[in-house]
Design a protein around this ligand. Structure first.
Ligand SMILES: Nc1ncnc2c1ncn2[C@@H]1O[C@H](COP(=O)(O)OP(=O)(O)OP(=O)(O)O)[C@@H](O)[C@H]1O
Length: 263
């Protein structure tokens, strides 16, 4: 049996166990197969990444700076073009999907929120409007509530918000597209502890209530332990280990261990 097969079987077992613990039927939302990214100068940023992203769970992605975490995340909604046959959403190659509809299904939140001109409500209505759908006030309030904000924010402009509040508006705006997967790239690294907790609470609720699959890159091991079900450890462009979040301290890969000890 090759090392790769062994890792795949071990991962399948681990994800199935974690899903059953969460009362989920199981299943894979996104399959990543031999994902590669090589720069123009022939530098490998991602090297044959293989992972099954489980449905209805939060997967944390951690690893040293420059190890390829953001690059990995960005492939999942084609912020760069992965090779055909390397990323599948519900079994369909994402390269065969219309890129805009892919990004509606696989929404993304970045480290720093950038709101459009206009009010909070305008921001939230923007995505559905592009598809000819006008959200009612109640629908806007509901989206704000999902992002842990009350309806009094509706008529505020971006300039009136703290970064933490703006990040929650960005989350509500992403949720307005009714995504099935949420990708988050260090979404709380610029936020204070209370705003961080608001976002974490919202993510955990979305997973529980909405059956959403969430992938979060974070530099905070504690954050990953608080909210993630499973964790991918990325080192030098490879996923070297996948663990249940509560067993993170049992990582065996030498570089992953060193990273965890120093974090
Ligand atoms: N388009 C690109 N062209 C060349 N090099 C790139 C490109 N994108 C990323 N890199 C390099 O690839 C490596 C991985 O970058 P990436 O941002 O994915 O790492 P990361 O693990 O998210 O880092 P951090 O934790 O610091 O955000 C880095 O060395 C980065 O400089």
């Amino acid at each position: 049996m090759s090392g790769f097969n062994f890792r795949e079987e071990a991962q399948e077992h681990l994800l199935a166990a974690a899903q059953s613990e969460n009362g989920l039927d199981g299943g894979v939302k996104i399959e990543v197969r031999n994902l590669m990214k090589v720069t123009d100068k022939d530098v490998r940023i991602l090297n044959k990444v293989n992972v099954d992203i489980p449905r209805g769970m939060i997967m944390g992605v951690i690893g040293p700076s420059g190890s390829g975490k953001s690059t990995f995340l960005r492939a999942l909604n084609r912020l760069w073009e992965p090779a055909s046959g390397s990323v599948f959403l519900d079994g369909i190659d994402i390269c065969d999907l219309d890129v805009l509809s892919l990004r509606r299904k696989v929404g993304m939140l970045f480290q720093l929120p950038v709101l459009f001109e206009g009010t909070v409500a305008d921001n939230i209505r923007y995505g559905p409007q592009l598809r000819g759908k006008n959200l009612s006030d109640d629908e806007v309030y509901k989206l704000l509530a999902e992002a842990d904000l009350d309806s009094s924010f509706c008529n505020k402009s971006g300039g009136e918000l703290s970064i933490g509040q703006a990040q929650r508006v960005a989350l509500a705006r992403t949720l307005a597209n009714d995504p099935e997967v949420l990708l988050l790239d260090e979404p709380t690294s610029a936020l204070d502890p209370i705003s961080t907790q608001n976002i974490e609470d919202a993510l955990v609720r979305l997973k529980k209530d909405g059956d959403m699959s969430i992938v979060i890159v974070s530099h905070s091991i504690k954050q990953i332990q608080r909210i993630a079900d499973v964790v991918c450890l990325v080192v030098d462009g490879e996923i070297v280990e996948i663990l249940e979040a509560r067993h993170l301290s049992e990582a065996k890969h030498p570089l992953a261990k060193t990273f965890l000890e120093l974090s």
